[in-house]
Design a protein around this ligand. Sequence first.
Ligand SMILES: NC(=O)c1ccc[n+]([C@@H]2O[C@H](COP(=O)([O-])OP(=O)(O)OC[C@H]3O[C@@H](n4cnc5c(N)ncnc54)[C@H](OP(=O)(O)O)[C@@H]3O)[C@@H](O)[C@H]2O)c1
Length: 292
Amino acid sequence: MPEVSAPDSILIGGDLRVNRIGFGAMKLTGDQVWGPYPDHERAVAVLRSVVELGVQLIDTADVYGPHTNELLIKDALHPYPNDLVIATKGGFVRGGYDYDTLGAVGNVNYLRQAAYTSARRLGVDSIDLYYLHSGRATDAPFEDQVGALAELRRAGLLRHIGLSNVTLEQLRVAQTIVPIAAVTALFNVTMRAGSDLLAAAEQDGIAFAPWHPVTMTDGPLATRAAEVITPIARAHQASTQQVALAWQLHVSTQTLPIPGTTSIAHLKENLEATSLRLTAEELAAVDGISAA
Ligand SMILES: NC(=O)c1ccc[n+]([C@@H]2O[C@H](COP(=O)([O-])OP(=O)(O)OC[C@H]3O[C@@H](n4cnc5c(N)ncnc54)[C@H](OP(=O)(O)O)[C@@H]3O)[C@@H](O)[C@H]2O)c1
């Protein structure tokens, strides 16, 4: 069975070209994504390796920590290499240590404040890619939230706008207000919540960043995923995470997975997934996991 190759870079917003596998920094925080990562030196070493190993997109958010994740990125990497894209997000707040206290806020002044203070924490005048973190806020109309980000884009604070955790309908509404350069959604071998957004991203040439990209323990399909992926991994002398990432890269030209890790060994392994060539039959088997 012939092997299938995937493009090794992707264009965001028509002017930012990045390698296909990014890095999700969320895990470099404390327990429950609250407070700083306990081993600061290790977190700095992971982030420096991310850049040294050729990753060109780091995904963070003001709510990771809150704030500690953006500050860590600045501490580890500022001044940033010219070709590094930092994507951050605003629109979620935490009520305390418990992750369940996460809540969406759409107040437009809050969103403006969030964007300005993210730029300050990251040490940049302009944020490369700024996502509205959630389409679920109900305290302001969605159009107004996107409109606030569009204003900040016109003012030069935001270079490109993205949407996180939105519906397809919300994406279509947002696109009438401002160009959308990227969407990010839960999408992995067992959970395909973002499938309709991925189809729209393909249609419109938008980058699609699957989050939880190497997670296989979510949902009722975990056992089936293990049954399908373990033999494929064995055949390629690869890990199951590498197979999951290779599938993500092949499933569309628009995917830009952002795996997260606190381990330099796992980071290297994840990046090596770009050279894993799966056969069309193997790709179809992974595709089929969610349809089972
Ligand atoms: N927009 C949103 O609402 C949203 C929500 C969630 C996440 N995100 C973003 O998506 C990024 C990725 O999501 P995630 O970190 O939650 O999930 P993930 O990337 O699917 O999985 C991360 C977990 O997998 C482990 N792992 C990673 N590579 C591995 C490997 N090669 N072998 C074995 N284990 C491996 C990591 O543990 P080790 O540390 O031990 O490697 C970590 O526990 C986040 O960092 C964040 O930036 C966005």
